[in-house]
Design a protein around this ligand. Structure first.
Ligand code: NAD
Length: 268
């Protein structure tokens, strides 16, 4: 039965990298809003998590183990979503990898790091989006939400673009290009494309930066939660804007703010 509280009833979504962290948060919130959700991850735990979420969801929730950097896996995921749900309305390009990289590391290491980071963060996002777009066009519209990073919001402060993260940072800047160009090209199909560019958010990736996966007290006080960022995603889905990099910054209100002028859309 349709519920007025469930904004996404009848809609279908795919979330990449949904076994934990932000991806889990996005999948949970989409499910709470009534959407059908296909969540996938390289970690097989995603399948048990999907079953747990399904237990209290009104939509259909499915989980599968798949690698977004592999074309065959991506096509299988999208085919599964279409078979299960009949179409795709929302794609959350969340899967991402992080690794410290040094500009003066060996060539071999640098090229291996390039593949490790770019294959998931950039090529994976490209492939999954390409596979979903025809299904969104067939539905008469849709939403692509790219999960970027505060590193692409240089106007926000001096803490951005830290050293030793050149490839991760470059991968997130690459997402700007997709977000900007796709938003313009796909506007004719009523497909909105935006990015969420958040600062520190409590997740296994963030905790992995610290000894024993413990956030330092100062960080623990200010860190954002996946639930808060998922709330921002929901505001974005309701809002209807396109082509924007929406920032979320520790210690600041987590809100969309007014629609930004085109020239400000990549500067926070
Ligand atoms: N946590 C933060 O502070 C923060 C800040 C800015 C941006 N981000 C971005 O948010 C996204 C989620 O990050 P998180 O912090 O939850 O990280 P996380 O490592 O905790 O979770 C990422 C998930 O993606 C999965 N994944 C990695 N490679 C994959 C692949 N090739 N195919 C399928 N799944 C894959 C991982 O197994 C993991 O479950 C990433 O894109 C990250 O860059 C995170």
């Amino acid at each position: 039965m349709s519920s007025p509280d469930r904004f996404l009833e009848g809609k279908s979504a795919i979330v990449s990298g949904a076994a934990r962290g932000l991806g889990e948060g996005f999948a949970r919130r989409l499910a709470e809003e009534g959407a059908n959700v296909l969540m996938f991850d390289v970690l097989p735990e995603v399948e048990t998590l999907a079953s747990d979420i399904a237990a209290s969801a009104s939509g259909t929730i499915a989980g599968c183990t798949a690698d977004v950097s592999k074309r065959g896996d991506v096509e299988a995921v999208v085919n599964l979503a279409v078979a299960e749900f009949g179409g795709i309305d929302i794609l959350v390009n969340n899967a991402g990898t992080w690794k410290e990289t040094l500009v003066d590391s060996s060539w071999e290491e640098a090229l291996a790091d390039w593949d490790f980071i770019m294959d998931t963060n950039v090529k994976g996002l490209l492939m999954l989006s390409r596979a979903c777009v025809p299904h969104m066009q067939a539905r008469g519209g849709g939403d692509i939400v790219n999960i970027s990073s505060y590193y692409v919001l240089p106007a926000r402060g001096t803490g951005t673009n830290p050293p030793r993260t050149d490839l991760y940072s470059a991968s997130k800047w690459a997402i700007n290009g997709f977000t900007d160009a796709w938003s313009k090209y796909l506007a004719k199909d009523n497909i909105r494309v935006n990015a969420l560019c958040m600062g520190a958010t409590d997740s296994p990736m963030l905790r992995g930066l610290y000894p024993d996966n413990e956030l330092p007290a100062a960080m623990a006080e200010v860190v954002m939660t996946p639930g808060q960022i998922a709330g921002l995603m929901m505001d974005l889905l309701k809002d209807g804007r396109t082509g924007e990099n929406v920032g979320a910054w520790v210690g600041e209100p987590i809100e969309l703010g007014p629609v930004k002028e085109p020239h400000k859309r990549i500067t926070g």
